[in-house]
Design a protein around this ligand. Sequence first.
Ligand code: NDP
Ligand code: MG
Length: 404
Amino acid sequence: MGSSTRPARATASSGASPRRIILLGATGSIGASTLDLIERNPESFVVVAIAGGRDHAALARIALAFRPEFVAIRDESAYAPLKEALAGTNIQVAAGREAVIEAATREADLLVSAIVGAAGVEPTHAAIEAGRDVALANKECLVCAGVPFMRAAREAGVRLLPMDSEHNAIFQALGGADPATIERMIITASGGPFRTWSKEAIENATVAEALNHPNWSMGPKITIDSATMMNKGLELIEAHHLFGVPASKLDVVVHPQSIVHGLVSFADGAVTAGMGAPDMRVPISHCLGFPDRLAAPTPRLDLAAIGSLTFERPDYDRFPSLRLALDALAAGAGLPTVLNAANEVAVEAFLAGRIAFGGIARHVAEAIDAALGNGSAKEPATVAEALGVDHIVRERSRAILAGR
Ligand code: NDP
Ligand code: MG
């Protein structure tokens, strides 16, 4: 957990100067929830820099509302319209890969890492190397480059706050416990839209069906990952790195109501759980305010109104992506990097209508077999090496899936 014992800097409610925030992925779902909370606490936060991918109109709207010093957009062709929209302001504008890295390394108290996919790895790593504390929504950082990424955080002495709801719940449930006393860490899965579907029906699910998540409203990539349950596999890999817990102590339980998000069971049989309504503003608030708590306008939990909370085991036969991720976690080395890259490209192909829903897991399995066969799955020693593997797998996956 980074150096969580370090004294806190100025915090949201300490009466000190506002906390300076960098927001990567400002135009996305996590970005919107983060901005909603910041807007409601204007004395506590100032947005220093924002970054997005290609939606220049949305990024410009956010910039005009929050007045950051610096705005970066990844897509260079979006520079001119973004610059034009912000003409007459003193907001600096830049585009391209270096621009996103510059946004990530501006002077700030906390960076919110909410770019989707492995595209978030390089700027988040740069922020860590520049000494920024990070609230991590982007789980792909830890799946693509877990070992070197965590090492960089340790060496830089930065704090990594888990923003993913399950990990945030576990972080809160841990309450500073001695890691040696932890027996199991359990994350819950809603089961997604296909929890009760047959294997045959899941195979040919449409894009609209897969995007129809029962409990959470999120960006398209993570919504598809929730439908395949790859998301839960990525989250187990994330938990392994974030909390330093071996795969053998990690578990998943399906919990369709999404009220209990994560549990920790200890050597004496005690279990602590992190709970809350399924609203990402709960864990985002925790990260923004940490170690204090913000007052957030999130739905309050009324257990009597919910009535019953149910739990079931995951079905690896109907959700083979979850099994693939568990196997990659157990095998370690470069396999999670390969799994992540192949999955991202396969999800893109599914969303573009080029492959069937069942084709996502088949492609990931094939990419892992290929990596095992050609020896390209060795442990990446650095974040740059992990991104090198990511690039190779991505190119290969694109070539394979382009024609379909
Ligand atoms: P969205 O798809 O809603 O948003 C993605 C953001 O990333 C957008 O701002 C997008 O910009 C930006 N982006 C995409 N590609 C690039 C790039 N190459 N360079 C810079 N910016 C880029 O995703 P979510 O908000 O749903 O998810 C973000 C991350 O948080 C993911 O890693 C996800 O797994 C994680 N997460 C999300 C949760 C949720 O509830 N949504 C819950 C837990 C974790 P543009 O709009 O211009 O394309
Ligand atoms: Mg999650």
